[in-house]
Design a binder for this molecule. Structure first.
Ligand code: NAP
Length: 282
């Protein structure tokens, strides 16, 4: 069984991006810039943002964090986004989620210019992805996609099963696999026979949030299994896939932690660079 090493893949991707940023700097005399807006004091958000900044600096991007207290008015955030949309030094804007309750998440997402939407959440990017056009793609499914392609470069005709249909993971994952000519089944909490559906998959991507939901006898021999889940349990952090069971059946499997997680931030950097390149073309 191939243990898909997300840490190694992410380090390799960052190395490639570092070279690309150096080339872009030579060509355009400036580097892509990522601005992150962080609202409030949630510990996980603060850690994510710190890691994002560290990785951005490592590959040579210009990185900025704008911090607001939990009580900041929605209007202030929207005005700042407008300012950043019009700032040529800013290639990508990310507003760290979740937001305080008094701030309308969708309004914030839609305020970010689609060309600077490094999370790929703006409806314009969602539409472009589903229409098969060039767009920013949400970072976690993009990371999953790159890991799958490392194991199996030609996905055409493969049967893929995506477990979970969130806007963050399941739906964009489905679009990426469709673009690769997979036959994709998207499943969710109302799916009648989840085990039966999973058993059809040459590829399974689980993004549910239920510890060890996908069992060994749900997986076809030699399937590629990607585990997006991050679940805190008594025995520590586990994924949505029963690692011990599935590792006996699958051809390749991502561990949790150390699989999909590290790729997410690397893909954010990739998206920032892609936004910069598109802006230089226009
Ligand atoms: P989410 O928005 O809560 O969506 C969960 C999806 O799973 C929903 O579509 C839901 O179906 C489906 N589901 C729930 N129970 C199910 C069941 N019993 N059988 C089949 N499907 C079921 O979650 P998310 O944001 O996509 O996150 C999923 C997991 O990924 C979480 O553990 C999260 O922490 C993790 N995550 C990891 C990363 C990373 O970087 N590795 C990034 C983001 C998220 P319905 O639509 O029918 O409700």
């Amino acid at each position: 069984m191939i243990l898909i090493d997300g840490k190694k893949a992410a380090a390799e991707l960052r190395e490639e991006l570092k070279k690309e940023v150096a080339e872009l700097k030579n060509k355009h005399n400036k580097v892509p810039g990522l601005t992150v807006i962080l609202i409030g004091e949630l510990a996980p958000s603060k850690i994510y943002v710190k890691n994002k900044e560290k990785s951005a600096i490592e590959v040579g991007l210009k990185s900025e964090i704008i911090r607001y207290p939990e009580t900041v008015e929605e209007k202030t955030v929207l005005e700042k986004i407008d300012e950043l949309n019009n700032d040529d030094a800013v290639s990508g804007i990310l507003v760290q989620l979740p937001l305080p309750k008094h701030i309308d998440k969708q309004k914030v997402i839609e305020a970010i210019s689609p060309g600077k939407d490094v999370d790929g959440f703006h409806p314009m990017n969602v539409g472009n992805l589903s229409s098969g056009y060039d767009s920013s793609v949400p970072c976690t499914p993009l990371g999953c996609y790159l890991l799958i392609k490392k194991i199996e470069p030609n996905l055409s005709g493969k049967k893929a099963v995506v477990v979970g249909r969130s806007n963050l993971n399941g739906k964009p994952m489905t679009q990426l696999l469709l673009k690769e000519n997979c036959t994709v089944t998207i499943t969710h909490s109302k799916t009648d026979d989840l085990k039966g559906e999973c058993l059809k998959g040459d590829i399974i991507v689980a993004a549910v949030g239920i510890p060890e939901l996908v069992k060994g006898n749900w997986v076809k021999k030699d399937a590629i299994v990607i585990d997006v889940g991050i679940n805190k349990t008594e025995k520590g952090i586990v994924g949505d896939v029963d690692f011990d069971e599935v590792s006996k059946v699958a051809k390749a499997l991502t561990p949790v932690p150390g699989g999909v997680g590290p790729m997410t931030i690397a893909c954010l950097l990739k998206n920032t660079i892609e936004c910069f390149k598109r802006s230089q073309k226009n």
